[in-house]
Design a protein around this ligand. Structure first.
Ligand code: ADP
Length: 590
């Protein structure tokens, strides 16, 4: 038992152990594909949304700036129609001038308004200390504005960190140029509004210089798209090596990297002096959302995998439990079986011993029974002989020789009977010594009848002999088979001694497996239980006529040859004795 336990495989916890490898690989691949496709779809969706929103916003901002510039342009034109200003220029400056300019400045939201005479003399200004911080009359736009009837736009770099935007326009009265008004735009509120948004906005001029920006530190920086080498050398020179805002490349188109942050970039033309608006929407939110959904997806997938693992491990555990239980049951069964086998062997041994002792005792019993019967059978005639002998001696002494002779005759009869008994016992004792061979039963019947013919003809008993047209073979020895038949014929004759029409029928049957010989007579039939007839020394005959051993010996021979001898009464009267023996086909036994 112990080696069975040792040879059992050790149970490992391996939830996926029962799943085939290709299934595991396919599962991993499926998870990979799901995650990849989700990433693509989600990124596309969230960035698409972001881009749509950014485009709308950029267009909005572009519109706003254009409108502001347009409004300022129109305002500069309208100012020149202001009668107060015209009268100030035509009649010379007075106290009212400052007030009028101040009112106009507030109305049009200008940073500053300056009024010059055509000779370049400052007539009035809204500058805090009464003096503009830029020398406008020396600038080229002043000259240009005097020569045309439209508003001239200009940007002026006060310093690297201060750019001004302005419109200059001449004021005329009836064909006479009276002076020039300079309107400085105030774009600070616009930029302040931009700064409140998470998104970044800047406006660059044709030289890629950032003029306006939502982030103050980006203002007046030179925009470098990916490579500084893309700058035109003259631009570099003109811009006096301004600080640069570097837009770094990314793997995705339309996305740029500024100071480590990734933005979606939308560029729109302002249709104004080559100005461009750049709208930058940080992608971090969209990316974070994609990542959040992906994380959720991974969590769900992990839960599913864990669920499968759990179910699988439960199955494994149940299976191993079942296997364990089965092997325990098997072991118990095995133990029970071997103990049963041992028990059976013990019983068999004791049975054999019992059988042996039974055989021994039955042998002894049979021997005792037989000795009693034989000694009884022999003692009787011996006692009788002794009496007859004493009687004969007495008769001889009295000279009655004739009577004595009769006694001697009786003694002789008794000796004959005793010798019959011993002869039959001898033949019984010698049974089994005959040679076994294939014997044809028809021939045995013929020879037995031949041997019995003197007795048969003496009693004038007819014998009907019925045999099949083919030979019927059995294994046996002729002598002993003849002994059986002769015994049966003799018994039949004895039984029919008083019958008026005595007859014997002997019939041979060749069955498929059995050969049978029936001996029928027309006597009175069996007077006792047929089984009793076969007991040794059972006889109904007178003393000296039978010893009751014939049928016992005959049935013994039949059994020894593998067959049987039975007796019954015929329905038409008379007895039927039947000898059955296993049939053999000719030549088979050899
Ligand atoms: P025995 O012939 O010496 O008596 P058997 O063993 O041959 O011994 O026969 C036993 C008894 O069976 C006979 O005494 C007789 O009573 C009975 N028996 C045998 N054959 C016949 C028969 N053909 N008809 C009637 N009884 C028979």
């Amino acid at each position: 038992m112990s080696d069975t336990a040792a040879s059992e495989p050790t149970q490992r916890f391996d939830p996926f152990g029962r799943l085939p490898a290709p299934l595991l690989v396919a599962g991993a691949l499926l998870i990979g594909i799901i995650l990849y496709v989700s990433y693509i779809v989600l990124t596309d969706r969230y960035l698409g949304n972001l881009q749509n929103r950014a485009l709308v916003r950029a267009t909005l901002y572009t519109g706003t700036i254009s409108k502001v510039l347009q409004t300022y342009g129109m305002a500069s034109a309208l100012i020149t129609q202001d009668r107060n200003l015209v009268s100030v220029l035509s009649g010379g400056p007075n106290e009212q001038t400052q007030l009028v300019l101040g009112a106009l400045q507030t109305e049009i939201n200008a940073r500053n308004l300056h009024l010059y005479t055509s000779a370049g003399q400052l007539a009035a200004t809204t500058a805090p200390n009464g003096l503009p911080d830029i020398n406008h009359t020396a600038a080229p736009y002043f000259e240009s504005s005097l020569g045309t009837d439209i508003s001239i736009f200009a940007t002026v770099a006060v310093s690297n960190s201060d750019q001004r935007f302005l419109f200059a326009r001449r004021i005329t009265q009836r064909g006479t140029i009276l002076g020039v008004v300079v309107l400085e735009l105030d774009l600070a509120p616009l930029q302040a509004e931009w700064a409140t948004s998470q998104n970044q906005i800047f406006v660059t001029n044709a030289d890629d210089l950032i003029l306006l920006s939502s982030r103050a530190e980006w203002r007046y920086r030179l925009l470098s798209t990916f490579f500084e080498a893309s700058f035109r050398p003259d631009t570099m020179r003109r811009l006096n090596l301004l600080p640069i805002l570097q837009l770094g490349p990314t793997d995705v188109g339309q996305q740029v990297e500024i100071d480590g942050e990734i933005y979606l970039q939308i560029e729109q033309d302002l249709d104004f002096r080559g100005w461009k608006l750049t709208y930058l929407a940080p992608t971090i939110d969209a990316t974070a959302r994609v990542n959040a959904v992906l994380a959720l997806e991974i969590m769900v997938l992990a839960l599913v995998v864990a669920g499968i693992a759990y179910i699988s491990s439960r199955r494994v555990a149940q299976h191993s439990l079942r296997v364990q239980r089965e092997s325990e049951e098997l072991r118990a069964l095995n133990a029970r079986l071997s103990s049963e086998i041992e028990e059976r062997m013990r019983v068999q041994e004791s049975l054999q011993a019992a059988e042996k002792s039974l055989e021994q005792s039955s042998k002894l019993a049979a021997l005792g029974q037989m000795s009693t019967a034989i000694s009884h059978e022999l003692n009787q005639p011996l006692a009788a002989m002794k009496t007859y002998l004493a009687g004969a001696r007495l008769l001889l002494r009295r000279n009655r020789g004739g009577e004595a002779l009769a006694s001697f005759q009786r003694i002789d009869d008794l000796i004959t009977r005793m010798s019959t008994i011993t002869r039959q016992l001898k033949s019984f004792a010698h049974k089994g010594e005959g040679e076994m061979a294939e014997v044809e039963l028809g021939a045995v019947i013929t020879s037995s009848l031949a041997m019995m013919s003197p007795q048969l003809s003496q009693g004038r008993v007819p014998v009907e002999r019925v045999t099949p047209p083919y030979p019927v073979y059995v294994m046996g020895d002729t002598l002993r088979l003849e002994q059986i038949l002769i015994n049966l014929f003799r018994n039949a004759l004895d039984a029919m001694s008083d019958a008026p029409d005595a007859a014997i029928t002997v019939e041979l049957f060749g069955g498929e497996t059995l050969a049978r010989i029936q001996v029928r007579d027309t006597g009175p039939g069996l007077s006792a239980d047929p089984r009793e007839l076969f007991e040794p020394f059972y006889t109904t005959k007178e003393a000296g006529e039978g010893v009751g051993l014939g049928l016992a010996i005959s049935s013994g021979i039949a059994e020894e040859l593998g067959g049987s001898l039975t007796a019954r009464n015929s329905s038409q009267g008379g007895a039927i004795f039947e000898l059955s023996l296993p049939r053999v086909k000719e030549g088979k036994a050899a």
